[in-house]
Design a protein around this ligand. Structure first.
Ligand SMILES: Cc1cc2nc3c(=O)[nH]c(=O)nc-3n(C[C@H](O)[C@H](O)[C@H](O)COP(=O)(O)OP(=O)(O)OC[C@H]3O[C@@H](n4cnc5c(N)ncnc54)[C@H](O)[C@@H]3O)c2cc1C
Length: 307
């Protein structure tokens, strides 16, 4: 636990950025669910992040990095320690361009859709299928976000990471161990930035594909409702959404959280939902799918914090 006075004494002069105390994670998650954190720190530069990590490590204060909060369920008891947001680190720079391809440097706090739109305008192909996925580049790398056959791993060349002892490393894509909605990024690593490679194409062609994927997504997913995206990973046996639907769970509700009628693998917070409701609904859905198909669904969302 670190309070405001201690923070000022400890970090005076060594941390540039925004700091808030006792912030509710409801304000920082797309589900609008979650208890408070002790400290929410938004470094304005990598050096401030480094200085902070050194002190947190020395004092044994836990931290959690949050991106757009679009793939996490924060439990109702909130989060001990420091929640780190990198939304102040959001530069996109073209570092190399040829007739065939282009390489970009992208900071982790950049909105994924800002990157998709940047590529659309420039005529850089490779991330069109990610249109409509909310959150940040850091979160998308950590979970290897993807849709329509396009995944972050397909464009990442290398990733700059800082570990909990503030050691900086740059890993080439194979060392990132990307898998289905997963990577080798640990809970105690901070993704700082990535270099990504895209193919050159006509801007109109890239725009057409990007908009095509986005329109398809709008038709099949409840994009404007309060959700955290897909709740469960697709099992080897097929689509989790189809199984949940066929197990009769669409519209099933616990407290303020409901299984979406549009896409059964999305749970919607109808306004008063809690993490306890969400977890209870997950249990109900897992049981229903297991009864119908003999398959045990595994969570895709990251559950963090204390009950
Ligand atoms: C409406 C909707 C539709 C969605 N559709 C899709 C989809 O089609 N495909 C898909 O893959 N996902 C989808 N998602 C899920 C989600 O948007 C993605 O997983 C997204 O990439 C998460 O990014 P984020 O910044 O919000 O991460 P967060 O939710 O903030 O964090 C997710 C995890 O990443 C870690 N993390 C975040 N940033 C960093 C960092 N800089 N360094 C280290 N760790 C970090 C966090 O600690 C946490 O463990 C959808 C979500 C919603 C709400």
């Amino acid at each position: 636990m670190i309070d405001e006075r201690e923070w000022q004494e400890t970090f005076a002069g060594s941390f540039r950025g925004d700091v808030k105390f006792g912030v509710s994670l409801k304000e920082r998650t797309s589900l609008a669910i979650g208890g408070p954190c002790d400290v929410l720190a938004e470094p304005g530069e990598p050096v401030s992040l480094r200085n902070m990590l050194v002190v947190l490590e020395r004092r044994g204060i836990p931290f959690l990095v949050i991106g757009g909060g679009t793939n996490v369920l924060v439990r109702d008891g909130g989060i001990d320690g420091v929640v780190i947001s990198l939304r102040g680190l959001n530069r996109i720079e073209v570092i190399r361009e040829s007739n065939a391809d282009a390489e970009l440097f992208v900071e982790a706090g950049t909105g994924l859709q800002r990157l998709v739109n940047f590529c659309k305008e420039k005529g850089y192909a490779g991330v069109e299928g990610l249109a409509g996925i909310p959150g940040t580049v850091g979160g998308a790398i950590s979970g290897n976000a993807g849709s329509y056959g396009c995944e972050m791993k397909d464009v990442v060349v290398s990733v700059a990471l800082m570990d909990s002892a503030a050691r900086l490393d740059r890993l080439a894509a194979p060392a990132m161990r990307f898998g289905y909605r997963s990577s080798g990024v640990r809970q105690t690593d901070v993704v700082l930035s990535a270099n990504i490679r895209l193919q050159r194409d006509e801007p109109q062609a890239v725009a057409l594909r990007t908009e095509g994927f986005f329109n398809e997504k709008k038709k099949t997913q409840p994009l404007s409702e309060r959700s955290a995206g897909c709740v469960f990973r697709n099992p080897a046996a097929g689509s989790a959404g189809r199984m949940i639907d066929e197990a009769g769970c669409k519209g099933m509700r616990v407290g303020g959280v409901e299984v979406s009628g549009l896409h059964a693998n999305f749970f919607i917070n109808r306004g008063s939902g809690t993490a306890a409701d969400y977890l209870h609904l997950m249990d109900e859905v897992v049981s229903a799918v297991h009864r119908k198909f003999g398959v045990v669904l595994e969570p895709e969302i990251r559950v963090v914090g204390k009950a």
